[in-house]
Write a protein that binds this ligand. Structure first.
Ligand SMILES: [Zn+2]
Length: 196
């Protein structure tokens, strides 16, 4: 039976509002293995201008990749923040969300399997089982606390991105042999990229 896809490349580019903002920087996305992807990230204590700039850059970087979610450690910043937009229908307006210090406050007993991918592990996909629905509480760029229940791709994406803030990757859910195989492919890819 086919499982639903959480391929970062599934996102359709053309409705991205951030792409029109030329001041935003496309940041370099770290490729696994990298120690910065394995670290526990620090909470953000103040929503400074730097945090706002990082959020804008991360949205631009995510849409450019293209992806549906991106966590700060993936651009080398070990702070608890991620961005996501899981709207895939080009006729639906985009919904970029910036989540600072996110916490899962409730998870459903029901589980769903999605075929996951990650911008830090390009072109590698595997089934991961997670709660189908989660409630997430976070601090917005507006300084207010938000809480929302997510389902479907949004729920999988939120859990995948929060894992990044705890130094965990989707391949950590796989059997060691499969994980090692993917890691070796990524090491090879990085050697090729370094050679240019
Ligand atoms: Zn990821």
């Amino acid at each position: 039976m086919a499982t639903p896809c959480y391929h970062p490349s599934a996102f359709l580019l053309h409705h991205c509002p951030q792409r029109r903002k030329s001041k935003n920087m496309i940041r370099h996305i770290l490729i696994h293995p990298d120690p910065r992807l394995k670290r526990l990230s620090d909470p953000i204590s103040e929503i400074s201008a730097d945090v706002g700039k990082l959020a804008d850059d991360m949205l631009s970087t995510m849409y450019d990749a293209p992806g549906v979610g991106l966590a700060a450690p993936q651009v080398g910043v070990n702070q608890r923040m991620f961005v996501m937009d899981c709207v895939k229908n080009p006729d639906t307006p985009p919904r970029p969300i910036v989540l600072i210090n996110p916490e899962i406050t409730w998870a459903s007993e029901d589980l769903t399997t999605y075929e996951e991918g990650c911008l830090s592990i390009p072109d590698q996909y595997a089934d991961v089982e997670r709660p189908s629905e989660v409630r997430v509480r976070w601090l917005g760029l507006d300084g207010k606390t938000h809480e929302e229940q997510f389902a479907g791709l949004w729920a999988t994406c939120a859990q995948h991105e929060i894992d990044h803030l705890d130094g965990k990757l989707f391949i950590d859910y796989l059997r060691p042999l499969k994980r090692q195989m993917i890691t070796r492919k990524m090491e090879k890819l990085k050697r090729e990229l370094a050679r240019g």
